[in-house]
Design a protein around this ligand. Structure first.
Ligand SMILES: [Zn+2]
Ligand SMILES: [Zn+2]
Length: 133
């Protein structure tokens, strides 16, 4: 049987192909980092700020973000990080509830403008046609 090898997306080393995209060494390191994050949260009563966790554990931000995306911090654990738009602290999604409402409103607002413009254009073309007659 031919053994397939591929480069680890994390460290670039060649390794025998497995289900994951990273080599066993990086996988082990990742597991250790994830454990460090949880240990930090446990010491803090389950809560922590993203920046605080990174500073205290030395775990790369991308690893903690990935854990967040996978929904690991739920129930007894919560990690707070700044809203992408206004910077207020949230523990779910990318935006705080206020910004979500604002963005939704903005989207609806631009849709309304589109309708108004279309109506205006239609009116103009009707007017133009009327004048020509
Ligand atoms: Zn690796
Ligand atoms: Zn916000």
């Amino acid at each position: 049987m031919k053994v397939k090898v591929k480069n680890c997306i994390q460290c670039g080393r060649l390794f025998v192909e497995t289900a994951g995209a990273i080599c066993p060494g990086c996988f082990h390191l990742l597991q250790e980092q994830e454990e460090q994050v949880f240990r930090f949260l446990q010491r803090n009563g389950g809560h922590g700020l993203l920046e605080q966790i990174i500073a205290a554990t030395g775990v790369p931000k991308s690893v903690v973000i990935d854990m967040l995306k996978r929904g690991w911090f739920q129930g007894e654990y919560s990690v707070e990080y700044p809203c992408e738009r206004c910077g207020s602290l949230i523990s779910d999604g990318k935006l705080c509830p206020t910004c979500i409402r604002f963005v939704r409103h903005e989207v609806r607002g631009s849709a309304n403008t589109d309708i108004v413009t279309t109506r205006k254009n239609r009116f103009h073309s009707w007017e133009d046609r009327h004048k020509k007659k």
